[in-house]
Design a protein around this ligand. Structure first.
Ligand code: 3HC
Length: 302
């Protein structure tokens, strides 16, 4: 007997082509993973050619590295490079896609607009997935003609290494979408867990609280390096601020804002992090010497 919430795998639909909306950090990692594990064509799209080219170039460089490390053979590397392409024309590229995942800016209105556009393009059976890390999947599907095919598919950075995948069922998501998502997750060799459609789901809620306390102590005057390295004896794979840089200050700030709105007594938004994001900084640390050092421009903001 299937446990509660687990999908009936017989309902899973085949996936023969994948579309990716966005060509940034997460989107490019997803393109490589889907192409590598599903062996299907994957098309990256974005708002301009430069971003698309950058995403495809990054994927091709990663394939070269996999080849160099002996992780894939020459034939597979060639096949992967041919499989991952970029396009500005979503209508043409996604007309025969079965699974489209968006990894665009973390803003509900932007994601809704993307799904609204996709509805007019993809085939009827296609799944529309979102890599959102904090927003409501149900809200994202609201107003669509077919909200039953919208599902949360939340990966963790670095996508190639971290096994976890949070699958989020929205209020309208149907069993076929859920089963297809779990089927895809298995092929991607990810450990999928079904989580409730609650702000920031499970992992980011915990991580944001954890990083939030470190940021609060910095806001209160503890030097960044001291607060960051205080937890080193716990043997974490990364110190909290290095992890924050990996996630990206803007994303971390946005997730904290979403959680603060939902649970104001439990989550705060760091004033210092807000200044870092407003200044357009993409990281708090520089790694020039091999050892992370606080970026002097960031230090000047604190
Ligand atoms: N891409 C691909 N492979 C990578 C990689 C990357 N960015 N970074 C590391 N790797 C690979 C290495 O090649 C190596 O593989 P190999 O052993 O087969 O050669 C393996 O991972 C281990 O790497 P290293 O020995 O260099 O370094 P570590 O042992 O320190 O591992 C790490 C690196 C896996 C990134 C580890 O530090 C880690 O797990 N950090 C925590 C990351 C984390 O918590 N991420 C979640 C962030 S939250 C999120 O993403 C959600 C979002 O919605 C905000």
């Amino acid at each position: 007997k299937r446990p509660a919430g687990a999908p009936d795998t017989s309902l899973a639909r085949p996936v023969t082509k994948v579309g990716i909306v966005g060509a940034g950090l997460m989107a490019s990692q997803l393109a490589l993973l889907f192409a590598r594990r599903l062996d299907v064509p994957v098309v990256l799209t974005d708002i301009d050619q430069e971003r698309v080219d950058k995403g495809v170039r990054w994927v091709h460089e990663q394939i070269d590295m996999l080849l160099l490390k002996g992780r894939v053979g020459q034939d597979k590397a060639n096949r992967l490079k041919a499989a991952v392409t970029g396009s500005l024309d979503r209508a043409a590229a996604f007309g025969d896609a079965d699974f489209v995942i968006e990894a665009v800016f973390e803003e509900l209105a932007v994601k809704r607009q993307v799904f609204g556009e996709l509805e007019g393009i993809v085939p009827e059976h296609a799944i529309l997935a979102t890599n959102t890390s904090s927003l409501s999947v149900s809200a994202m599907a609201e107003g669509l003609a077919h909200p039953e095919r919208v599902i949360g598919f939340h990966f963790f950075n670095p996508v190639a290494v971290l096994p976890l995948l949070e699958i989020v069922r929205g209020t309208a998501t149907d069993d076929a979408a859920l089963a297809t998502a779990f089927g895809v997750a298995k092929k991607l060799k990810k450990s999928a867990v079904l989580v409730k459609d609650a702000p920031a789901f499970v992992v980011n809620r915990v991580l944001t609280r954890f990083m939030g306390e470190v940021l609060s102590s910095i806001d209160e005057g503890t030097p960044v390096e001291v607060a960051d390295r205080a937890l080193a004896p716990l043997g974490l794979p990364m110190t909290p601020i290095v992890l924050l840089d990996l996630v990206g200050p803007a994303v971390a700030h946005h997730v904290a804002g979403t959680l603060h709105e939902a649970y104001p007594d439990r989550f705060s938004v760091s004033a210092n992090l807000g200044r870092v994001v407003a200044a357009g900084k993409r990281a708090l640390y520089v790694h020039d010497s091999g050892k992370p050092e606080l970026d002097p421009e960031v230090a000047a903001l604190f």
